[in-house]
Design a protein around this ligand. Structure first.
Ligand code: ADP
Ligand code: ZN
Ligand code: ZN
Length: 826
C-alpha cells in the first residue's frame, strides 16, 4: 500500500498523509499536485512531498485526483520552503501559499471567472468544459466549490480550463502591468532539424493543399528573414500576409505540422539580442572587480559589490550573466521593485534577447503561471529558446520559481527595505533568502549597492561576504556637488516661496535656462500633510486607524494611507465650528502645484503611488522624462531608485528632516541611503551635477555624511549606535505583534505573553508597547521585541519562542488574540 505526504496551503504545521489509489501508484511522483479532501467537505490541491509505505496509525482518506503528469515543484524548492518556514517561524504551507502562482493552488474556496483576454473561439471544449463555461458566463464569478459541487472530477475540468487560459482566478487585483497574449506558431522540432523531411512535407502540401503550403512558406520566410533562432511567428503576421489563413492554420496545427502557442507581449517588443555581451568593454576598475568576483574563494561565498552610483555595476552583472549562461546554468536577477525594471529589461534584452523573463506579483495570474512554466521548460543546453527562460528578472517573489540549476543570483540595490515581505507570512527577506537559495544550487551570489545595508557591510567586515568595490564613476564623471539649504536662515530672511528656498529656486532657474532636467524628491505623497482647525487645532483622523488623514487635492478628499479609508473634507470644524480649516504640511501633489505656479511654462510631472496606479503610467512617466518631454520630475522614493537619465543637472531634496527624525533605529541609515541614491541621479553623463538638501538641521551628521559621500563614516557611526543600544547586526530581532479589536483584551493578553517571554529570555524582551500607529483597520496593536544573540543558540532560541507562543495560545484565560511573528523585522 502506497501513501503520500501532502503539503496543503494552510498555516497548519506539517504534512498530511493520504492513501494513493492503485490507479495512481505508477504515475504519481513528489512535486505533483493532487486533489484531496480536508475537513468535512472542502477540496484542495496539495503537493505531494513524499511517497512511502509506512502505514499511518490513524485511518486516512484517499487522494481523489492527480493533477499533473510531470512534477511542477522540484526537491530544491521543497528544501528552500522548509528552510524558510524554519527561519521565519511560519509553516511550509504558508510558504507554499506565497510560492505558487494562485492559479496553481485551486481549492473549493477559489473564486474564478471567464478570462476576457482569451478568445475562446480559438479552442475546442468538451461537454463538461462547456457546462462550466456557461455557468461562468451567467454568473460572472463563482467559487470552485460551487462550480464543482465537491466533485474532484469536475475540479479536473476546471483545471483544464485554467490551463487553456479560459478561466482565471479572481485574485487579480491590480491591472497595472497586465500583459497581453498573442497566438504564435512555429514548426515542430523534427521538421526544423531535418531539412529533407521539411522538403517532403512542403512538396506534398504544394500538391494537395496549396493554401496550407502558402502558410508554411510565410512562416519559413519570416523565420529566415529575421534570423533563424527567432522561431515563433505571430498569428497576426500570417493573417496579414494571407487572406483567410484561419482554416489552413487550424488544419496544419491539428495535423501536427505546426505548433500553436501563446506568448506574452511585453510592453517592450521581444527581440533578438542586438549585441553580444562580449562587446561590453569593461574599464580597468570594472575588470578588476569582475575578475575578483569570478575568482573569489571559496568559490561560492557571497560577494558584496559596493560601487558608487553610475560606476557600472550593471555592466559587471551583464558579464557575469554571460559567463553563467555559457556554463549552461540559470540566472536570477532580483530588483526591489519591478517598476524599476523598464530600463534594466531593455538593457538585458539588448544582450540576451528573449531568454530574459520578467516575473512579479503585479502580473496577472495567467502570465505568472506562464512564466512559471517557461522556467519549468528550461533545459540545459539544447532547450528550445522560445519556450524557456534562462534569465529571470524579478521582484522578491521570483525566488520561488522552479529553477533547477541556478548559477548566479544578483541582488541589486541589496539595501532596499522592500526586499522584506511585510504581510502575510512568510515575512521573508529576499536578500537573505537568496543567499540561502544559492547554497542549495551551488550558485554565486552578488549583492550590489552604492549604499550597502549596515548588515551586509558588517558581514563583509566579518569575512562572511567578500567585499568588492568600485570607487569611480564610469567615464570619470564627477560625483555631484551637494549643497545644504539651511531652511531656518531662509525663513528668517523670508527668502522662500512655498516650500522652496531661494537657493533651490535659483538652481532650478539655471537648469531650466540651460534646458537641463530637474528631479525633486519628497518622501510624502498627497497635497497637504493634513487638515487642521486653526482655532482649536482639531485634526481629522482615520476611523479605523490611529493616524491622521492625508489631504488629496485631486480628489478633494482626505485619505488614510494605511487602510485606504477616505472621506470628504468637512466645511467647518466639528469641534469648535470654526468655518475654515487650514492645510498644514505638504506632499508631492502640493509641490507639483506650487511649482507650476512658479514656473508656468515648465513641463512638470509627478511620480508617486497615486500617479502610477494606471496601466503603463510608470512607463509613460519614465519615457517622457527620458525623451526630454518633462523638465521637472517630482516624486517620492520612486524617483530615487536605479533610474539612469542623462540630462539631469539638479536634484532637490525638499525636506530631509522628516526622514532623519523618523523614530526607528534604521532612520539614519535609511535617510543616508535615500539621499545618496537620489543624489546619484544628478549629472550622470557629461557634466557635474548639483544636489540641494533643504533642512532645518544643516549640521546633522547624516547630512554631513551625504555631503561628503562618506559611507564608511556613516557606517562606523551607525555601528557605534547599534552596539551601544543592542540593535542589529549585533543582535537578531524578532518582533511579535498582537492584535485585537478591544484594547483591554489586548493589554491583558500582551502583558501575559511578555511575562512568559521574559521568563524564557531574561533581559532580552522589550515591551509590550503600542507602535507608532497603534490601531490599523480597527485592530489595536501591541508589539513585543526580542533581542536574540547572534550565535549558535539562535535556532534553539527560536524553537523556545515558538513553544512559548503555542503554549500561550493554547491555555489562555482571555479571548484569542491574533499573533504575528516577524523575524528580522525591517
Ligand atoms: P550603476 O548601476 O553602478 O549605477 P550603471 O551600470 O547604470 O551604473 O552605469 C552607468 C552608466 O555608465 C550607464 O549608462 C552605463 O551604460 C555606462 N557604463 C558603465 N560601464 C560601462 C562600460 N564598461 N562601457 C560602456 N558604458 C558603460
Ligand atoms: Zn476647531
Ligand atoms: Zn485607516
Amino acid at each position: 500500500m502506497l501513501y503520500a505526504d501532502v503539503l496543503l496551503p494552510f498555516p497548519l504545521a506539517g504534512h498530511f498523509t493520504y492513501r494513493v489509489p492503485e490507479a495512481m501508484s505508477k504515475t504519481l511522483e513528489p512535486g505533483m499536485r493532487v486533489v484531496v479532501q480536508f475537513g468535512t467537505k472542502k477540496l484542495y490541491t496539495g503537493l505531494v512531498v513524499a511517497l512511502h509505505e509506512n502505514r499511518p496509525s490513524v485511518a486516512v482518506k484517499d487522494i481523489l485526483d492527480q493533477f499533473d503528469t510531470i512534477p511542477i515543484v522540484n526537491q530544491i524548492q521543497f528544501d528552500f520552503w522548509k528552510w524558510m518556514a524554519a527561519y521565519y517561524l511560519c509553516t511550509e504551507g504558508e510558504v507554499m501559499n506565497v510560492a505558487l502562482p494562485p492559479m496553481m493552488k485551486m481549492s473549493s474556496e477559489t473564486i474564478v471567472s471567464l478570462n476576457t483576454e482569451t478568445d475562446l473561439g480559438n479552442y475546442q471544449f468538451d461537454d463538461a468544459e462547456y457546462r462550466i463555461l456557461s455557468i461562468l458566463q451567467q454568473e460572472g464569478t463563482v467559487s470552485v466549490g460551487k462550480l464543482t459541487g465537491g466533485s474532484s472530477r469536475l475540479m479536473r475540468v476546471v483545471k483544464k480550463l485554467i490551463d487553456k487560459n479560459a478561466i482565471v482566478h479572481q485574485e487579480q487585483l491590480e491591472t497595472a502591468f497586465k500583459p497581453r497574449f498573442i497566438k504564435v506558431y512555429t514548426l515542430p522540432v523534427e521538421y526544423r532539424q531535418d531539412p529533407m523531411r521539411l522538403h517532403t512535407l512542403l512538396d506534398l502540401l504544394a500538391k494537395k493543399a496549396p493554401k496550407q503550403a502558402e502558410v508554411m512558406n510565410v512562416i519559413l520566410h519570416y523565420q529566415n528573414h529575421i534570423k533563424e533562432s527567432h522561431e515563433v511567428v505571430p498569428r497576426a503576421t500570417i493573417l496579414n500576409e494571407i487572406k483567410h489563413a484561419e482554416g489552413p492554420l487550424k488544419t496544419l496545427t491539428e495535423k501536427g505540422y505546426l505548433l500553436e502557442g501563446t506568448q506574452i507581449v511585453s510592453r517592450l517588443p521581444l527581440s533578438e539580442p542586438l549585441a553580444s555581451a562580449g562587446d561590453v568593454k569593461l574599464t580597468d576598475q570594472q575588470k578588476q572587480a569582475f575578475e575578483l568576483i569570478l575568482q573569489q574563494s571559496p568559490a561560492m561565498k557571497p560577494v558584496l559589490l559596493h560601487g558608487i552610483t553610475s560606476s557600472g555595476k550593471t555592466e559587471i552583472y551583464i558579464k557575469l550573466i554571460d559567463e553563467t549562461l555559457k556554463q549552461g546554468r540559470q540566472v536570477l536577477y532580483l530588483l526591489p521593485e519591478i517598476a524599476l525594471t523598464t530600463q534594466i529589461i531593455s538593457r538585458l534584452r539588448h544582450y540576451f534577447g528573449n531568454v530574459v523573463g520578467v516575473y512579479h506579483s503585479r502580473y496577472g495570474e495567467a502570465a505568472r503561471a506562464e512564466v512559471w512554466n517557461k522556467v519549468v521548460a528550461w533545459n540545459p543546453p539544447g532547450s528550445r529558446p522560445y519556450t524557456a527562460h534562462s534569465i529571470i528578472l524579478g521582484a522578491r517573489s521570483s525566488l520561488f520559481l522552479p529553477y533547477r540549476n541556478l548559477g548566479l543570483i544578483i541582488v541589486d540595490e541589496e539595501h532596499d527595505s522592500s526586499y522584506k515581505q511585510q504581510d502575510p507570512n512568510p515575512r521573508y527577506h529576499a536578500r537573505d533568502s537568496a543567499v540561502y537559495l544559492a547554497t542549495l544550487h551551488g550558485a554565486r551570489v552578488v549583492l550590489g549597492s552604492a549604499t550597502p545595508s549596515v548588515e551586509s557591510y558588517f558581514n563583509a567586515e566579518q569575512d562572511k561576504y567578500t567585499l568588492v568595490e568600485l570607487t569611480k564613476r564610469y567615464g570619470n564623471v564627477n560625483l555631484p556637488r551637494v549643497e545644504v539649504a539651511d531652511m531656518r536662515a531662509f525663513k528668517k530672511k523670508e527668502q522662500f516661496q512655498g516650500h522652496f528656498s531661494r537657493q533651490l529656486l535659483e538652481a532650478i532657474d539655471e537648469s531650466l535656462k540651460n534646458r537641463e532636467q530637474v528631479i525633486l524628491f519628497l518622501n510624502r505623497r498627497g497635497f497637504a500633510h493634513r487638515v487642521e482647525c486653526p482655532q482649536c487645532h482639531w485634526v481629522p483622523g482615520c476611523r479605523h486607524c490611529d493616524v491622521t488623514l492625508i489631504y488629496h487635492k485631486h480628489e478633494n478628499n482626505l485619505r488614510c494611507h494605511y487602510c485606504g479609508y477616505s472621506e470628504k473634507v468637512a466645511s467647518q470644524c466639528p469641534v469648535c465650528r470654526h468655518p475654515m480649516l487650514s492645510l498644514v504640511g505638504f506632499g508631492t501633489e502640493k509641490v507639483e502645484e506650487d511649482l507650476q505656479l512658479i514656473y508656468p511654462d515648465a513641463r512638470i510631472e509627478r511620480m508617486d503611488l497615486d500617479t502610477t496606479q494606471r496601466k503603463d503610467s510608470f512607463h509613460r512617466l519614465i519615457s517622457n522624462f527620458e525623451k526630454g518631454k518633462t523638465d521637472i520630475l517630482t516624486g517620492t522614493q520612486m524617483v530615487t531608485k536605479g533610474l539612469d537619465f542623462e540630462n539631469v543637472s539638479l536634484v532637490g531634496i525638499l525636506n530631509a528632516d522628516n526622514m532623519i527624525f523618523f523614530p526607528d533605529f534604521r532612520a539614519y541609515e535609511r535617510s543616508y541611503q535615500l539621499m545618496a541614491q537620489v543624489s546619484g541621479r544628478a549629472g550622470r553623463k557629461n557634466k557635474r551635477g548639483k544636489v540641494i538638501i533643504q533642512t532645518h538641521q544643516p549640521d546633522h551628521e547624516v547630512i554631513r555624511f551625504v555631503c561628503n559621500n562618506d559611507y564608511p563614516n556613516m557606517y562606523a557611526r551607525q555601528m557605534e549606535e547599534r552596539q551601544s543600544f543592542s540593535y542589529p547586526p549585533f543582535v537578531r530581532l524578532v518582533k511579535i505583534s498582537l492584535k485585537h479589536k478591544e484594547q483591554e483584551v489586548l493589554d491583558k493578553a500582551s502583558g501575559v505573553l511578555a511575562a512568559r517571554l521574559r521568563k524564557a529570555f531574561p533581559r532580552m524582551v522589550l515591551g509590550p508597547e503600542y507602535p507608532l500607529v497603534s490601531r490599523i483597520q480597527n485592530m489595536f496593536i501591541k508589539e513585543i521585541l526580542i533581542k536574540l544573540k547572534r550565535d549558535q543558540t539562535l535556532n534553539d532560541s527560536k524553537q523556545t519562542l515558538l513553544t512559548v507562543i503555542h503554549g500561550f495560545q493554547k491555555n489562555r484565560q482571555h479571548p484569542p488574540v491574533k499573533i504575528v511573528v516577524d523575524v528580522d523585522p525591517q
